[in-house]
Design a protein around this ligand. Structure first.
Ligand code: FAD
Ligand code: MLT
Ligand code: ZN
Length: 507
């Protein structure tokens, strides 16, 4: 029998972890040489002062810290200048100047990216779009939102919620990441299963090219077959082709009936059976199917005040969400699905949230995994797409490899704490994470290129959602052939011939 969900403790404060060691400079810990770019001069700063107000130009060491270091505390740059334009015109003036002067630039959104893409490698200028933060328009009938790129994802969602709509993407970093940032990374998130990829929901973009040209492709049409669909090039281009300044996106109506169930399962095979069953029996109301292994849940438990939703521990957990418009109908569907899944011994145990607080609490067990895994000191992260039957084998094989190499242990001298797997199983996307006490070249060499070779052998993708950034700049060849890479380089050369935008990254 399914138990109802008990009230749980409040979560411990989970702010960005304070640093207990300093992050090494990327340029020192990786084999990378500064490109032939100009260095910033006083007259460049004077020029920027002529177009931006003083408080939108940061040069103070302390002020620069946030912009030079990534969320995982793995990469650090040494930029001397952060520019925070307030208008698209200012972005254009900045880029025009940088292009003429051959100054390298890193576009930055909320700085929550997980592949070191938003951080300078050397002294690149950081162009933060955080001040481009206004909603431009919303159409109540079509649900089409047009917004500045720097609007925080959660704020965009709150805005459309006021009109009965939902932003078609949700992820754990929503309180910090930007609409433009998620577009630039083509983020997937927790409900891609339901609302699809940004390649489908984004209707138009306003982008500033490396030479300052403003490309106005901010269409609000669902259908438009006139010419190449160039906006697609910028979705997932990670700041290497242009700076996204405006986004037009189709928002679906906000579901009025939401259910969440949290289930315990004995094996990854049962997880797959549960997924097939959920697709068939929950059909149109299924909005998320997330899976977490017990290691990832134990680490969340260790770093929060939450108590486990289920009294027993299981090798795997699945969080299923349904979103619809008729509560009775959805409740009945979910109940039948759960009863059948338990009778067929696919699911061993589970709870169903009874109200919105319990829904939020159950989601914490999924959404807090990334933050909890980083608490030990650092984390090696892989976000891969693999055919579903082989998906979890990667975690098993990596765990075995690390144990055999003698790098895993409970005491401080061992770098590796554990090997964890979780992710958007409904999208065939696994997050393999190796939380560590400190970043260690020996561990990195055990993981790379082993993980990428493993993925390539099963024709998977080395990045399902986080992108290439700095972390995977040398590994695209495991997922794309030479011809495709050469075409990509051609696009880059055409749009940014001096390669001032986000150098040392991507390809
Ligand atoms: P940043 O980190 O600032 O930048 C990311 C990249 O985009 C960089 O290469 C940068 O140069 C470029 N960029 C940013 N803004 C612009 C712009 N306006 N124009 C051009 N280029 C730009 N990702 C998922 O796909 N699914 C998840 O479920 C998910 N969950 C996450 C949970 C947590 C807790 C965290 C920390 C991250 C998660 N991510 C997830 C990673 C995800 O890539 C980012 O959260 C988000 O997409 C990046 O947005 P941002 O505004 O922070 O961009
Ligand atoms: C997630 O799904 O939680 C994110 O992609 C972040 C992560 O992989 O840790
Ligand atoms: Zn993810």
């Amino acid at each position: 029998m399914l138990r109802s969900f008990a009230t749980r403790n409040l979560l411990r404060s989970f702010a960005r972890q304070s640093r207990n060691y300093s992050v090494k400079l990327t340029s020192e810990s990786y084999d990378v040489k500064r490109g032939n770019y100009a260095s910033l001069t006083e007259s460049d700063v004077q020029y920027f002062n002529s177009i931006l107000s003083a408080n939108n130009i940061l040069q103070d060491k302390e002020d620069l810290l946030f912009y030079n270091e990534d969320w995982m505390r793995k990469y650090r740059g040494s930029s001397q200048l952060v520019l925070k334009p307030k208008t698209t015109e200012q972005v254009s003036q900045i880029l025009k100047h940088c292009n003429e002067r051959n100054l390298a630039v890193v576009p930055q959104g909320g700085n929550t990216g997980l592949v070191g893409g938003s951080i300078p490698v050397f002294d690149e200028i950081v162009l933060s779009v955080a001040n481009l933060n206004k909603v431009r328009s919303f159409d109540e009938v079509s649900g089409i939102l047009v917004t500045d790129a720097g609007v925080i994802l959660e704020n965009a969602d709150k805005f459309v919620e006021g009109h009965g709509y939902i932003f078609p993407l949700d992820l754990g970093a929503k309180g910090s990441c930007h609409v433009g940032g998620v577009v630039a990374t083509n983020a997937g998130g927790l409900r891609l299963l339901r609302y699809g990829s940004l390649h489908g929901t984004v209707l138009g973009l306003e982008v500033v090219l490396a030479d300052g040209t403003i490309v106005n492709n901010l269409s609000t049409l669902r259908k438009d077959n006139t010419g190449y669909d160039l906006k697609q090039l910028f979705i997932g281009s990670e700041g290497t082709l242009g700076v996204v300044t405006g986004v037009s996106i189709l928002c679906p109506p906000r579901p009025t009936a939401v259910n969440v169930a949290f289930l315990g399962l004995e094996s990854f095979e049962q997880v797959q059976r549960a997924f097939v069953k959920a697709k068939k029996e929950l059909g149109e109301v299924l909005s998320a199917f997330e899976c977490m292994d017990n290691t990832s849940q134990s680490i969340v438990e260790e770093h929060t005040d939450l108590s486990r939703p289920l009294s027993e521990q299981y090798p795997f957990y699945v969080l299923i969400e349904t979103s619809g418009s008729n509560k009775e109908h959805d409740d009945a569907k979910l109940e039948t699905f759960l009863e059948n899944a338990m009778t067929e011994e696919i699911v061993v145990d589970g709870v169903v949230a009874q109200d919105s607080t319990e829904i939020a609490n159950l989601w914490q067990w999924r959404e807090l995994i990334p933050e909890a895994l980083g608490k030990g000191g650092g984390v090696y992260k892989y976000d891969v797409s693999i055919p579903l039957p082989q998906l979890y084998d990667l975690v098993v094989d990596v765990n075995k490899r690390l144990i055999e190499a003698g790098v895993v242990g409970d005491t401080p001298e061992y770098p590796v704490i554990a090997t964890a797997g979780y992710g958007h199983i409904g999208d065939g996307n696994l997050h393999l994470n190796v939380p560590v006490r400190f970043y260690d070249k020996k561990v990195e060499k055990l993981l790379e290129p082993f993980v990428y070779e493993w993925i390539s052998k099963v024709s998977g993708s080395i990045s399902a959602e986080h992108g290439l950034g700095f972390a995977k700049r040398n590994y695209i060849g495991y997922s794309k052939d030479e011809q495709l890479i050469s075409l990509m380089k051609g696009v880059k050369n055409m749009l940014d011939p001096k390669k001032i935008l986000n150098p040392y990254k991507y390809i």
